[in-house]
Design a protein around this ligand. Structure first.
Ligand code: IPM
Ligand code: MG
Length: 361
């Protein structure tokens, strides 16, 4: 099979971690008889440096023409990078939001799994993580506060900033359906997270999710307020299967969920639209403080490439091969610095990629 993959290496640690994911993909292609054709795309700071804007329409068109896009991370240090002297709509993050919107990537899947081997890196007490956990954050990605009307004005000499949070029932219904579909392939439980005790958008969210649930009688639906969910994630993460939530809540909860797995460097993600197309990226940021040092953890990006094979190309065996290789390397005791613990072998970004590629079979 020919895999036409757009690649956004991005900023900070992006190029380092994507290079390792491509190495692993090439090994998979080699072993399973596929061909990966990569098209390099510029986005974020890397695009600002060349084109003056974080995403050009040409790049959007190239992304649309690929079967899937693999991405590293974008953005720099807000205090020191010249990118942050630009107005907000020209900064690196604006490129990411624009590509999500342009490609209609409304469903963001962020799996948080506690690997047995990484229990040592998990900050929670052992009695809480006993038996591990495996949850999926299903985040709405093209609506809500991120895309509502935004302005800063001066009223009677007082500066006032506005951000608006809007959802229509169709936006809620399509992400809810995705959440229930995924739950059917997992442990058949959906926890829908909102702030229905305060927000109108959350009350509509709850109503629509309940309607959708009627088509999935096998799935248990539970509603949870977002503040309680933040607490429950560290009190008892095992209770969750699919966590279905809106854009902003999903942004916050997914960082929290990643930390309880030991490191944000382990968390993959897929952003999908109604077709097979997807954008695959690690959930973590560009980590400018460690960029270029060769110490970043490439596993989240490598696992994102596995999600790409699974969701965009229906190559389940190949995706399994990557996931198994990651587990094997962890079992053998290899660790990047973020997940390092006593008695393990510390390796850099490149070595980690080599090891995982070496275990593809
Ligand atoms: C994420 C990131 C982005 C978001 C930022 C970089 C705009 O935090 O993918 O979670 O908030 O969606
Ligand atoms: Mg985030």
């Amino acid at each position: 099979m020919n895999l036409n993959i757009g690649v956004i290496k991005g900023d900070g640690i992006g190029p380092e971690i994507v290079t390792e994911a491509m190495k692993v993909l090439d090994k998979v292609a080699d072993v399973y008889g596929h061909t990966c054709n990569y098209t390099q795309l510029l986005m974020g700071g890397a695009s600002i440096d060349v084109h003056g804007v974080p995403l050009t329409s040409e790049t959007v068109a190239q992304a649309k023409a690929s079967d899937a896009v693999l991405m590293g991370s974008i953005g720099g240090d807000a205090k020191t990078s010249p990118w942050y002297q630009l107005e907000p709509s020209k900064r690196p993050e604006a490129g990411l939001l624009k590509i999500r919107k342009e490609l209609n990537l409304f469903a963001n899947l962020r799996p948080a799994i506690l690997y047995d081997e990484l229990k040592g890196a998990c900050p929670l007490k052992e009695e809480i993580t006993e038996g591990g956990f495996d949850l999926m954050i299903m985040r709405e990605l093209t609506g809500g506060l991120y895309f509502g009307e935004r302005k800063t004005i001066e009223e009677d000499g007082v500066i006032t900033a506005h951000d608006s949070l809007t959802y229509n029932e169709n936006e809620i219904r399509r992400i809810a359906k995705r959440g229930f579909d995924i739950a059917m392939k997992r442990r058949k439980k959906v926890t829908s997270v909102d702030k229905a005790n305060v927000l109108d958008s959350s009350r509509l969210w709850r109503k629509v999710v309940e309607e959708v649930a009627k088509d999935y009688p096998e799935v248990t639906l539970e509603h949870m307020l977002v503040d309680n969910c933040a607490m429950q994630l560290v009190r008892d993460p095992k209770q969750f299967d699919v966590v279905l939530t809106e854009n902003m809540f999903g942004d916050i909860l997914s960082d929290e969920a990643s930390m309880v797995t030991g490191s944000i460097g382990m968390l993959a993600s897929a952003s999908l639209n109604e077709t097979k197309f997807g954008l695959y990226e690690p959930s973590g940021g560009s980590a400018p403080d460690i960029a270029g040092k060769g110490i970043a953890n490439p596993i989240a990006t490598i696992l994102s490439a596995a999600m790409m094979l699974r969701f965009s190309f229906d190559l389940d065996k190949e995706a399994d091969a990557i996931e198994n290789a990651v587990e094997k390397v962890l079992k053998e005791g290899y660790r990047t610095i973020d997940i390092m613990s006593e008695g393990k072998t510390q390796v850099g970004t490149e070595k980690m990629g080599d090891l995982i590629a070496g275990y593809i079979e």
